[in-house]
Design a protein around this ligand. Structure first.
Ligand code: ZN
Ligand code: ZN
Length: 412
């Protein structure tokens, strides 16, 4: 089936769904598809921001956050064509010729400085009106705050911010360094009086953020359970847990030791290359169920857990009934693909020191498009992972299949 048509189909049926986790508003809610993590020429990506926004808009997304390292798309920035051609993994000549094909000579600004041809990178303020349309497409101003603690890479995405937040490095510990960056985001949020959503990125990148560290940084409620960059160690290794296991360990610590709610999981692209190459767009995204397409509504819904993460599996509805501790999921059909859904969680009475294998266990598994789980009475929390029989069309790790991750429910 034509990919665009497929997305349109999925979208049409998703919009028709009305169930939502924690929905108390009367206004009908819609599913909005978005990627919260992508890079452009403003930092280490290899395409112009307008070209990237154009790609996402044409591929069935309703919102996008271009999150370059430590910079917003603001102010005057020129780049030499030579530098663009040299950009890592870039087919540089392609970038410029594709840009010229898509946008008019009037839009593209070039100049010559000391014999070097340069092009000006457009600001968000300049390009956003070309794409944004009420209820159809929204751009969230974003930055990947890229901090360090010794050799650890602490990357945090801030969505819907207004001014650049410089990374805060090397405080007294990894936890404290993370905390101060999250607090700086919250400070801007309070000063602006509008929501800014922060999420911790790719914890396993160079084994930077362990589950135990992540658990302790209560300022953070969101992290990337899937990131499409192939070098972020999504599956872990013999000595490091996978991103999914990190989620369960951190949530178990939060609930049992810190009296804090569990974290929510995000899937994103972290795309850098747009002319082929192995860090392309379209691998991971979130579906947010919100009353309208605005930064406030999207972030508000995410803070209530009214979203799921996906690397290809689409859901028609996710419904949690707290009174009966029942989690119901309807999966969108995808040709002849079959789906397996696992209910995953940790039981009460866990000994965190001695029994990591008892963290994030499979309570139950179900096959088919409609799934209904009873959360066990002794579960600290439960969440669901849905895996399709279909391989991922653009895998970021070996044997990857399309998945969706439903947020934790049932904690007390
Ligand atoms: Zn990063
Ligand atoms: Zn990134």
């Amino acid at each position: 089936m034509n990919r665009l048509f497929f997305f349109a189909l999925v979208l049409a049926s998703l919009v028709a769904a009305t169930d939502v986790v924690g929905d108390t508003l009367t206004k009908p809610h819609h599913w909005y598809r978005g990627n919260t993590h992508a890079h452009s020429l403003w930092s280490d990506g290899n395409d112009f921001p307008e070209m990237i926004v154009d790609w996402y808009q044409r591929h069935g997304y309703q919102f996008l956050a271009l999150s370059d390292h430590n910079v917003l798309h603001q102010g005057e920035r020129w780049m030499s064509l030579k530098a663009i051609a040299k950009r890592k993994r870039a087919v540089g000549k392609d970038a410029m010729s594709k840009y010229r094909q898509r946008f008019s000579e009037k839009w593209i600004e070039t100049r010559e400085v000391e014999g070097q041809k340069e092009v000006r990178l457009k600001t968000l303020e300049e390009y956003r009106s070309h794409f944004e349309k009420a209820e159809e497409f929204l751009i969230l101003q974003a930055e990947e705050i890229s901090a360090k603690f010794a050799d650890k890479h602490l990357h945090i995405n801030a969505l819907n911010l207004e001014t650049t937040l410089p990374p805060i490095n090397d405080k007294t510990s990894i936890e404290q360094t993370l905390r101060e960056n999250f607090l700086a985001i919250r400070k801007q949020e309070e000063a602006l009086g509008r929501p800014i959503l922060a999420h911790l990125n790719h914890p396993n990148f160079r084994w930077s953020v362990s589950a135990e560290v992540l658990a302790q940084v209560l300022e953070d409620r969101f992290f990337e359970v899937y990131n499409g960059h192939p070098v972020i160690n999504h599956m872990g290794d013999e000595t490091h847990p996978s991103d999914e296991k990190i989620w369960d360990i951190a949530n178990t610590i939060r609930i049992t030791e810190l009296g804090a709610p569990p974290m929510y999981g995000i899937a994103s692209d972290d795309s850098h290359t747009y002319h082929g190459g192995d860090v392309g767009p379209g691998r991971g995204w979130i579906m947010v169920k919100a009353p309208e397409l605005s930064p406030e509504a999207l972030i508000g819904a995410m803070r209530e857990g009214a979203f799921y993460a996906s690397s290809g599996v689409s859901l028609e509805s996710v419904d949690y009934d707290a009174a009966t501790r029942t989690l119901s999921i309807k999966i969108q059909p995808d040709g002849d693909a079959s789906f397996s859904t696992q209910l995953i969680g940790t039981r009460q009475g866990i000994d965190l020191e001695s029994s990591q294998e008892d963290i994030g266990v499979v309570f139950e598994e179900s096959i088919g498009l409609e799934v209904r789980f009873q959360i066990p009475e002794d579960a600290l929390y439960a969440r669901a992972t849905i895996t399709s029989s279909r391989p991922h069309p653009s895998p970021s790790f070996k044997n990857q299949r399309q998945q969706a991750w439903v947020q934790p429910v049932g904690w007390r």
